[in-house]
Design a protein around this ligand. Structure first.
Ligand code: G3I
Length: 365
């Protein structure tokens, strides 16, 4: 518990410094200013700044940031944080052993710095074998525990050291549980290192950058009570063991509509009570068809985000994308999903208004 407290104090001091830097920077009407006019005239970024929280554009694509000025400009206008889509994943940064590629990630890290946006380092270890090619083949091919620890430490050190001081928070492990959430996912880590593999990777990350916030990112726990329980058991054990973990990111791919807001708030509070920071890290809700669809989506965004932000430990909401022009769900669902706050032409939707209202409440506006 002592370890957690010290890390917590350091993080609070860092957070206060960042807030001071924001408020002493450009004028309040500048890109990092808070909301000074009527709430409905303020951007999400301005409201989030007033509320002292992060509002993030996730699935940020380096190619679009480089080649599409409107995409880049709108992202920086509406958001004070970003999460790369795939640029920081192991497959992208080291597809083969000793072959390092950082151009795409560098581009996003530089863009975030230029626009005073926080960046979420997504992700150090995502060990699904059956969904995406996120883990390089040379890792999946490892057959002994010592070798797995060696290649993992190499990877964690290389990426965290490169971005030390520029990426201050990392999704250290992504999606360790099965989709249904009854247990840890069967993968090369669990087979070779056992059930404590998640803790081992967190300890490696803490050694690589002792100043970074270390987060665990998981899907479906805000919409599946049984999965929330399994995740809680895993994380509570880590905390009890003194594992250096700072936060829990709840992915918010709510494909079936908004989750129960009561469950969201209770779950967020439960993890906050462990002394952890909390974020919704990958939110999208497909827009229902019909005349009422856009309004329904707006209400869903509001209720879900407000439930999280009612808990003070909930310090970030990031969408998986930010404009309906670019969303993984179009491919995944095989139809236009329109799951984000801005439409395909960067116009604010009722979903945007819903987020705006939740942020305004947190800011006391
Ligand atoms: O960048 C390469 C490109 O150089 C190459 O030509 C092309 C050929 O296939 O692949 C490109 O990389 C793809 C990358 O997306 C960028 O488009 C990868 O193959 C592809 O696997 C990758 O998919 C991403 C996936 O994570 C795996 O990294 C999705 O776009 C992204 O939306 C998805 O995001 C995940 C979160 O990280 C975790 N939670 C679920 C979420 C949705 O599945």
């Amino acid at each position: 518990m002592t370890t957690i407290s010290l890390r917590g104090i350091r993080s609070i001091v860092g957070g206060l410094a960042a807030l001071l830097a924001l408020s002493c920077g450009d004028s309040a009407s500048g890109p990092d200013g808070g909301c000074t006019g009527p709430v409905e005239s303020c951007t999400l970024r301005e409201l989030a700044t007033s509320a002292g929280v992060r509002i993030g554009a996730g699935a940020a694509v380096s190619r679009l940031v480089r080649d599409d000025p409107e995409y880049a400009g709108q992202m920086a206008r509406h958001f004070n944080a970003l999460t790369p889509n795939a640029e920081l994943k192991w497959q992208a940064t080291q597809p083969e052993r000793h072959l390092r590629r950082f151009e795409s990630a560098d581009l996003l890290v530089d863009f975030a710095a230029q626009n005073r946006m926080e960046i979420r380092g997504h992700t150090l270890v995502w060990a699904h074998e059956d969904v995406y090619d996120v883990l390089p083949q040379y890792v999946n091919d490892v057959t002994d525990a010592g070798r797995l620890r060696e290649v993992t430490r190499e990877h964690v050190n290389a990426v965290m050291e490169r971005y030390r001081g520029r990426i201050r928070r990392w999704d250290v492990v992504n999606e360790p549980l099965t989709i249904a959430g009854e247990a840890l996912h069967d993968n090369v880590y669990r087979r070779l290192l056992g059930d404590r593999w998640v803790s081992e990777v967190f300890r490696m990350a803490a050694a690589a950058d002792p100043d970074a916030e270390l987060w665990l990112n998981e899907n479906l726990a805000l919409s599946n009570a049984a999965k929330a329980d399994t995740l809680y058991e895993l994380v509570a054990e880590m905390v009890a063991d003194g594992v250096p973990i700072d936060g829990i990111g709840f992915q918010g791919h709510f494909l079936g509509g908004a989750p129960d807001a009561g469950h969201v708030e209770t779950t967020v509070r439960r993890f906050a009570d462990l002394g952890l920071r909390v974020a919704i890290t990958e939110m999208d809700i497909p827009m229902p068809d019909g005349a009422e669809g856009a309004e329904r989506q707006g209400t869903d965004f509001y209720e879900t985000i407000a439930a999280c932000l009612r808990v003070s430990a909930c310090e970030e909401v990031t969408f998986w994308g930010f404009t309906d022009a670019h969303t993984w769900l179009d491919g995944f669902l095989g139809r236009p999903a329109r799951p984000l706050p801005l439409d395909g032409e960067y116009r604010e939707k009722p979903a945007y208004d819903g987020v705006r209202q939740a942020l305004a409440e947190r800011a006391g506006l």
